[in-house]
Design a protein around this ligand. Structure first.
Ligand code: ADP
Ligand code: MG
Length: 441
């Protein structure tokens, strides 16, 4: 009989292009021996393929497991006999609970983290915490946009402490919740408590997902209290400040501010360039300065794209046996950039904005002066102008406005609001991310 891993890869075949399948997925081997219901381990022939699969397909793979088994596992893509990226391995002798606790990405270290003006504060805070865990800032709360290095930094502390033989738990809200439910239904809550309340370092990634989940907030509160009373270190990341997380108990919000709240801003061009150089070094990809600068200009703010781009460039150049020149890079990435842009349409923006702000798309396009609708309309116009190639006259026509000056006026208005009102800025950025995420499927 086919193993579940093979079934999942077969199912994936129907969902992706043939080229992606033969070039990447076909090269994967399912590690049946070491996989568990909540941990699916695959091996790829090299680090680039592994990285590419991690960025592009890991979520899909996890989802397909969930469809088949009702459990969404963590998907690990290891590298077969590689010295490039040390991969996370789980020795069969380690019991499952402990193995999960050490699922840190070994390349997420302080050494591999590029420090610039945008992340300097968070970096120093994390560094201090790694030197004096449980003492200096507890909890350390790191917040910022997608792909800015929050997970990397928190795991860097984890890797330091792991190397000192400390017990480190890295988890997401979802995993914490699943673990909780499982122990609850198995009547093994004491084991759950033992696990989370007796570690030396608890890393909770993307805490904003606690929003609205009351039962788990309660449990997390007690975990937090227990750890803090014992001077065990807690590090939390989020896409926004504690105060701005909706649907979160006040007592949690206030505790999140007890230690230190550090933000990470989008990197300046210089920092982006350094990050790309670092990723090239780690993945052993050779790019010359011109190509690095070019890549830096196309990645916008999400550094997560870098590894995908490097694997793509490298894979193509190996396949075609040519060097990565600037022309070559432009050609390879042209398609990707066009794809990214052309996937976003005004209609999609309208749908997302309408859904998120609770108005109808027809209302956005109407002449209504109702303040909620005006608000939604302005944001829709702003996003359409920033995320699609439509000109101002085209937008004026779409939104039924007099002429392009009305659009330009709206753009200025929104830019001004974003400058003066941080909550508003976050809201707009969130919507912008949502739109982009809706197209990245
Ligand atoms: P976040 O958790 O904020 O969404 P991640 O920590 O997952 O972001 O970072 C996304 C990718 O970008 C990772 O591969 C990470 O190593 C890399 N990265 C982000 N910032 C830096 C940095 N300052 N130096 C080196 N790599 C970085
Ligand atoms: Mg993250």
């Amino acid at each position: 009989m086919n193993s579940i891993g093979k079934q999942v890869l077969n199912a994936l075949k129907n969902e992706i292009s043939e080229l992606d399948y033969t070039r990447y997925i076909k090269q994967l081997q399912f590690n049946e021996e070491e996989s568990k219901s909540n941990l699916a381990i695959f091996s790829a022939p090299n680090a680039l393929i592994a990285n590419w699969i991690r960025t592009k397909f890991a979520d899909k793979i996890a989802h397909l497991f969930e469809v088949n088994t009702n459990i969404k596992p963590t998907v690990l893509i290891n590298v077969l006999s590689s010295t490039i990226t040390p991969s996370v391995t789980t020795a069969p002798t380690i019991p499952a609970e402990r193995a999960i606790t050490s699922l840190l990405n070994p390349s997420y270290t302080f050494q591999n983290f590029v420090v610039g003006g945008s992340n300097n504060f968070a970096y120093i805070a994390a560094k201090n915490v790694s030197e004096k865990p449980g003492v200096v800032y507890n909890p350390l709360f790191i917040y910022g946009g997608v792909g800015l290095g929050k997970t990397h930094l928190m795991q860097a502390v984890g890797n330091v402490m792991l190397s000192q033989g400390k017990t480190v738990i890295y988890t997401s809200v979802e995993q914490f919740l699943n673990d909780f439910s499982r122990h609850l239904s198995n009547r093994t809550m004491d084991r759950f408590k033992d696990k989370y309340r007796k570690c030396d370092l608890l890393l909770i990634d993307d805490i904003q997902f606690l929003s609205g989940k009351n039962q788990i907030q309660e449990e997390f509160f007690h975990t937090f209290e227990a750890l803090r009373n014992e001077n065990k270190q807690i590090i939390i990341t989020s896409d926004k400040k504690p105060k701005q997380i909706g649907g979160l108990e006040e007592r949690l919000k206030s505790r999140f501010e007890w230690g230190l709240v550090a933000d990470i801003q989008p990197p300046e061009l210089e920092t982006k360039i350094e990050i790309i150089k670092k990723k090239c070094e780690i993945n052993r990809v050779k790019l010359d300065r011109e190509v690095i600068n070019y890549v830096a200009t196309i990645i916008e703010n999400n550094t997560r794209e870098i590894e995908g781009i490097l694997s793509k460039l490298n894979a193509y150049s190996q396949l075609m046996g040519v060097d990565i020149t600037i022309e070559f890079a432009r050609n390879v990435l042209k398609e990707q950039m066009a794809e990214k842009r052309s996937n976003i349409t005004i209609d999609l923006i309208m749908e997302t904005v309408a859904k998120e702000l609770n108005v109808k798309t027809s209302e956005i396009r109407s002449k209504s002066r109702n303040s909620n609708i005006v608000y939604a309309r302005r944001i829709a116009i702003y996003l359409s102008r920033s995320l699609t190639p439509n000109s101002m006259p085209q937008l004026a026509q779409y939104f039924g406005m007099k002429d392009h000056t009305a659009v330009s006026h709206t753009m200025k208005k929104i830019q001004e609001l974003m400058k003066n009102d941080e909550d508003f800025k976050i809201k707009v950025e969130e919507l912008s991310n949502k739109v982009s995420m809706d197209t990245s499927e």
